[in-house]
Each structure stands twice: as C-alpha cells, then as structure tokens.
Write a protein that binds this ligand. Structure first.
Ligand code: ARG
Length: 265
C-alpha cells in the first residue's frame, strides 16, 4: 500500500470516529420520552409502571398512598384487574431492582368511555404497600397550579418517537401548560373540565405511547395523568392529560379503605 492510500485510510478512520461521536451526541441530545432525558427513580420514587400479563411495561402510574396508584382508565380497561402488576423503584425496565405488587382491585371512573370523552382516571389497590415516597394530588382548589405557561414535569418509559421504540429507562422532560383556549383550538375533542394540555407550541417534547397513566407534575403535586394526543411532539398538537383537580374528590373516595363486609347473620 502506498503512502497516499494509507493517508486516505487514516482520514476515513478519523471520519468514522467523528461520525460515531456525532451519532452519540444526537442520541444524548434527545429522542427520550420525546425530547427528554434520563430521570433518576431515587428523585421521583412515586413513579411506577404497569406491567401486562406478559410482564411488559405498557403504562405509567403514580403512587399516592402506600397501596394506591393513580393511573389512566384506559390503562386498566384492556386487562383483567388481577392480571396487572405494578412495578415501583425500577428505573431500568430490564433490571430487577425495586418491588413488584399484584393489583387486587381497581376503581375506574364509572363515566369513562374513551379518552377523548374525559374521565380517564383510575385508582389501583396493591396487594401490599410499596415503601416509596408518595406524590400529593392536586385538590379541587388548586387552580394556580394550572396557570398557562407553568412548567410541568412529564415522566415515563414510553416511546421516544411517534411509532418508535419505548424507552428502557425512566425519562423525564419539562413542558409548559397550555392555555385552555389554545388547546381547544388544537383539538375539537378538548374539554377544559376533564383535561389539561401541555407542550411546546413548536413541538419536540411530549409524552408518547406507553407514557399514559403516568404523572404530569407541577410543584411536587400530581396535576395531570397522561391520556392522549395527536401523534407525539408534533408542532401545535400538545399532550392531553386528565385534569386531576376535577377528579380530586373521586380519587380521594377511591383512596378510602374498602368498607368492611357485613358478616352474615
Ligand atoms: N395514549 C397514550 C398511551 O396510552 C399516550 C399518548 C400521549 N400522546 C401525546 N402526544 N402526548 O400511552
């Protein structure tokens, strides 16, 4: 081999290294939740995931009492309740860290029909408590937490692009809350009582399939439950979340222990 071709090989190798570095930079720069980054479960211990009968993560949830998880109604209705498992304390879906709890009971909002009609809220009861920090829920009087432009945190293991793969690791991102009028302009099905929207007008950051049921957090308070959206992270199409404050009384009632069954005479 002549000196010239050796030099060409050297340049090609250097370019290959640069290309690999660039690909890694692009991967690090985004494409998570959509447009998010790794989140530590230690900092967000109240985030759990729901596993289907095959043990696969398919939705998120929020621990609001030691044995109660708030999630979306549409995450509960596809399965028999006792086939759902809740996994807490596990940042990496492929690891065995954390704790798994069978679900013994579910309250699904009785008015729930489809995500675009609202009422997309459910409360799961776990067979045993989980030992993690709880997230308080937004009460009926928490309007200030819903101010347009307020920054909210989204968390989940869902897809990192529309139609793409779900994430192995817990991801998070920050998105501003939308004004209700702006969301109504984006979606004919938006209704301000059951729903709240969040996202950047230019898109790029959003929840996506598999993030449903997971939390939208403002001021360390659960203000929303990931519910629906047109595509993921599209400009002008924000994520739509169940407005937790609207359902605060229903959720509180579902957190009460089941009344004791009357013994037979
Ligand atoms: N319905 C989806 C789920 O089941 C959540 C979709 C959220 N979409 C969005 N563009 N924010 O996981």
């Amino acid at each position: 081999m002549g000196g010239k071709s050796r030099r060409i090989l050297g340049v090609a190798a250097a370019l290959a290294v640069l290309a690999a570095m660039f690909a890694q930079f692009v991967a690090d720069a985004g494409e998570d939740i959509v447009g998010g980054s790794r989140a530590s479960i230690a900092k967000h211990p109240y985030v759990v995931f729901l596993a289907d009968p095959d043990g696969r993560q398919y939705c998120g949830g929020t621990l609001v009492a030691p044995d109660k998880v708030v999630t979306a109604a549409h995450c509960v209705t596809p399965f028999a309740v006792t086939d759902i498992k809740v996994v807490g304390g596990r940042e990496d879906k492929e690891a065995t860290a954390g704790e798994v709890r069978p679900v013994t009971e579910a309250w699904v909002h009785p008015e729930y029909r489809s995500v675009t009609e609202g009422y997309d809220v459910a409360v799961l009861t776990l067979a045993d408590p989980l030992p993690y920090r709880l997230l308080p829920i937004a009460g009926a009087d928490s309007d200030p937490l819903y101010a347009a432009g307020e920054m909210a945190t989204i968390l989940g293991w869902g897809r990192t692009s529309a139609g793409g793969e779900s994430s192995q690791f817990l991801l998070k991102a920050e998105v501003p809350l939308y004004a209700d009028d702006d969301c109504a302009a984006a979606y004919a099905d938006f209704a301000p009582e059951p729903m709240v929207c969040a996202g950047l007008p230019e898109g790029g950051v959003d929840t996506c399939q598999g993030d449903s049921g997971g939390p939208l957090v403002v001021d360390d308070t659960l203000v929303g439950i990931s519910s629906w959206g047109e595509g993921c992270a599209e400009p002008g199409n924000p994520g739509v979340y169940t407005r937790v404050s609207t359902y605060a009384a229903d959720i509180a009632a579902a957190l009460e222990p089941a009344p004791p069954t009357t013994p037979a005479p």
